[in-house]
Every structure is written in structure tokens, then in C-alpha cells.
Ligand binder design. Sequence first.
Ligand SMILES: Nc1ncnc2c1ncn2[C@@H]1O[C@H](COP(=O)(O)OP(=O)(O)OP(=O)(O)O)[C@@H](O)[C@H]1O
Ligand SMILES: [Mg+2]
Length: 586
Amino acid sequence: MSMQPDETTLLRAELEALRKANATLEQQVLAVTSMMDAMVDEVSAKSRQLELRNAEQARMSTFITNVMDTMDSLLLVVDRFGRISQANAATRRNLGLDPASLIGTSPDSLLTDDTLAPLHAASPSFAPGTVLFRTILKQGGLKMETCLRSHLQSANAGHFMLRATPLYEHNGKLAGAVIVGTDISELRAREQALKTSEQRFRDFSTVSSDWFWETDAEMRFTVYAGPDRSGQNLIEIVRGKRREEFASSDERQNTAKWTTYLNTIARRQAFRDFEYHAHSTDIRPTWYSTSGKPCFGSDGEFLGYRGTAKDITARKAIEAELLHHRDHLSELVAAQTTDLVCAKEAAERANLLQSEFLANMSHEFRTPLHGILSYARLGATRTGQAPNEKIINYFERIHQSGSRMADLVNDLLDLAKLEARRVDFALHRADMQVLVSRVQSDLAALLAQRHITLAVDTRTSSTVAMIDTQQFHHAIQNLLANAIKFSPNGGTITVGFSDAMIGRREALALTVRDQGIGIPPGEEERIFDKFVQSSATKTGAGGTGLGLAITLEIVRGHNGTLVARNHPEGGAVFEICVPRQAPDAA
Ligand SMILES: Nc1ncnc2c1ncn2[C@@H]1O[C@H](COP(=O)(O)OP(=O)(O)OP(=O)(O)O)[C@@H](O)[C@H]1O
Ligand SMILES: [Mg+2]
């Protein structure tokens, strides 16, 4: 059988078409494969690059961790929630804490309560556990000295200088904070040691009697410390000034001394026991002794002087006194001799007075005693023989002498009591003129016998004063008795009243003036001494010299005054002044 030609052609064409399609497909597959190869190459290159970068990052991270761990300071990284995310090995060395144990904890737990409390007090709204972190954020950083809890056996807490700063990502998002802590415990310990040694120095200087001073290179005082006994704060006064500015004006005259001192300073030499007298508007006169030595810096530059000073005012005063004594020894001896002579004379005078008194007393006592004894004997022998009148006369004489002795004894006792201030004065307002009239009538017989007139001259509106009438009666009687005793027969005694003052108190003055012999000049005070009689009356007038002494004591007891003088026209004047009112009413 044979094939149809058309059929063959058709098949050939079909085959041809198939061949072509296959070729196209093959080409496409080829293209796709090469494209895939290129992609695979690219991907593997990328992954190699990534691996490299990872390795680099791991290396960096190890490096950073190593660097962090070798740091002396504590380093903490805190995340944005305020939890520690990284801590270096210094935490173990400085605080005895495993850095790993800190991860995830709050940095607050590292602070001691004492340090945390003020931070919390400053921002009470911060929740516990976020205080340090939020303080860092709030202040945009932190720098403070603080105590951190230590778990080391050597200490409970260490002093640290904390520095912290917040961390932000480049887009501004909060990333956390980093905290660095430098241990300053040793610095603190050294500081403390320095303070202790300074305190020791201060203690020494306070118990020492010396001052300590320092100057700058210009010799101006920068320090002046020591015992502040004078009440002057010397450093406040001398700071910035030189020593020579305080020299007293006398000192300044001594140019040779100060030139030597200034030359010593100029040569930068030490000086010892330089003594000078300081006196300025701020410094009261004081003698100082001072010693000093120059100070130089580590590179030899002159820094100033440093030294001590002593207040030697007392020593100088003693020295001056000694010198004065040495120079004035002869004057001193002369003065003392004069004193001794005076004392001897006084003693002799006292002795004389004593003898005069004894002589007077024995006379005063003997006369009446003699009278008593002789009239008593006379009476005894003549009783029954002599007429009665005679016998009565003997008794009267005995009585007179007895009364005279009694008066004398009374005067002595009165004076002793007055002098011992054992008399109580009963002061009340009384009219002195009435008192004078009373005394006048007591003495009327005597006045009449001597033809003496007593006149009263009142030159005041009131003769009233605060007196003890009984005592004052005695005083006036003494003055009037004297006036009568020393007046010539037929003379006049004038009692005067006038106003006076004792200090600022109003007083009444009572004067008794006579026309008698007066008081020898220079004896106006002495006649008030007990047992003293004036040189004009010593012989003859009689009396013991007690009346004026008693009168003066009575007047003094009234806070009054009593003086004697001579009247220009002759005769003596005795003036008593007594306050008109009691002291509290005055
Ligand atoms: N009026 C007077 N005129 C002159 N001399 C007087 C007068 N009054 C006192 N004298 C002097 O002062 C002395 C002392 O007086 P005072 O009254 O103390 O003692 P007296 O009168 O001698 O003795 P007494 O008063 O104790 O009896 C007197 O002795 C007399 O020398
Ligand atoms: Mg008298």
C-alpha cells in the first residue's frame, strides 16, 4: 500500500513546527536558568556581607564589654523603663555586687537611704524605684556626691561622684540613661585626715598663749589666729595690712629698730623675738613679741612669712616698773622715809594725846574723888562737934563731886556707844528753836552768873528739822556750854537759824557764835577729836575734850554736818546742818 503524498507533507510540516517550538522552549529555559543563577549569586553575596557585619558587631560588643569592665568607675546603662540593662565589673570591685544580679533592677537600690531621701523629698511624685532615673530625666543629667550601699566587708557605704545623662535615639525617642560612679572614698578619707590635722593644729593654737600668723609675699597679714582673750578679732583688723602699720607713734620714732626689721624681711631671713608696741585706732595699746620665718613654694618662689606672736604687755609693764624703781630708788626711799616720819609723828602725837588724856582724866577723876574722900573724912570726924549746917555742906560737896564723876563716866559711855553706832536715833519733825529755849532755861543760872546774853537770830521761815530731840538737846547743850565757858563775862552768844543744803537735800543750819577767845588757826578740825583741847585753852579752862567729839557723833547720826570756824569780828562759830526731811521723803 502506498501513502498519500499530501499526508506526508502535512506530517513533515507538523514535525517542523514541533522542532521550532522545542527550540523556543529551550531558549526560554536557558534564559530563566541564567537569570536564576544571577539571583543566587547576589543572595549569597548579601548573606556573606551580613555574616561579616554580625561578626564585626559581636567583636565590637565584646570590646565594649571589655572596656566597660576594665573601667575603674561604675557604669550602669538603664533602659527606657528605668531598669538596669547593663552593669560593668566595677560594681563587683567597688560595691561587692555581681553585675548580672543588677540587670532588671532599679538603680535606686544602689543608693543609701540617706542619699535617696532628699532626692525623693525634692520630687515626691516620683514612684519608688524610679527616683534616680526620673531625677536624671527631669534635670537633663546629674552630677552629685553620694553614698552607695556597699556589700563589701570593709565598708557599709562608699562615697561616689555620680554623673548621669539621659540617652535618646536619633529620632528623639527616650532610650534610657547612663550612670557613671567614681569612687571618691579615698579622697574623702584624705580630706578627713587633713581636717583632723587642721583641727589638731587649731586645738594646739587655742590652748597656746601664742598667736599664729601668716602673710602673703607682700608681707600683708592673711592669717592671725590664737587666743582671743582681748575680745578683739585680730584677723578682721589686721587682714591685708602690714605689721608696721600698727606700730604706735612712739614706736615709729624708733626708725633704727624698724629698718633692721624690714631689712631682715627684704633678705628673706627668719627673725626671732622682735618686740614692738602696737597701737592704732582698732588696736588698743599692746606689746607684742613676734618670731617668723619665710615660706617658699615647691618651685622656690617666695610666698610670705609665717610665725607666732605673744602679748607681752604685762611683762613690759613689770619691766618698766622695775626700771622706774631702779631709776627712782632714791626718790622712793625719800618718799617712804617721809611716810615713815609722818607715821612716827602720828604715833607720837597719838601717844601724846593718850598721855594728855590720861593726865586730864586722872585730874578730872582725882579732883572730885579727892573732894569725896576728904569731905567724907571731915564729916566722919566732925559729926557731933560741928553744927549741922556744916555737916550738910560736907554732904553737898560729896554729892557735887559724885555728880561730876558720874557726868564724866556718862560722857565716856555715851561717846563709846555713839562711836560703836549702837545708838538708835528716833527721828521726827521737831522745832529746833523750842529745843534751844529749853537748853537756855537749863543754863539760865550759868548765863546769869556770867552776865552773858543769849540772842536768837532767825533767818528762815521754819526752824523745823528731822531730829532726835533727846540727842539734839545734848548736842546743843555741849555747844552752848562751850560758848559760855570760853566767853568773856558780859558777852553775847548768838544762836542763828538759816536755810542750807546738804548735797541736794534741804537742811536747817544752826550756828552758835560767841565773843570768846576763838580757835587757834589750823586747829578747827582737831578740836573735834576726843580728849583734844585747843592750844589756847589747854591750860586753865578745864574739861575733858569729849563734848565736841560727842556732838559730832550725834550730828553725823542725823546725816548732818558740824564745822567750827572763827568769826571775822572775833569769837568762835560752830555750825550744825541737819536735813529737814527724812531721806525717803527728800
Ligand atoms: N566756843 C569755843 N571757843 C573756843 N574754843 C572752843 C570752843 N568750843 C570748844 N573749844 C575748844 O575745843 C576744845 C574741845 O571742846 P570740847 O567741848 O570737846 O571739850 P571741853 O569743852 O574741853 O571738855 P568737855 O566738853 O568734855 O567738858 C575745847 O577744850 C576748846 O579748846
Ligand atoms: Mg565742852
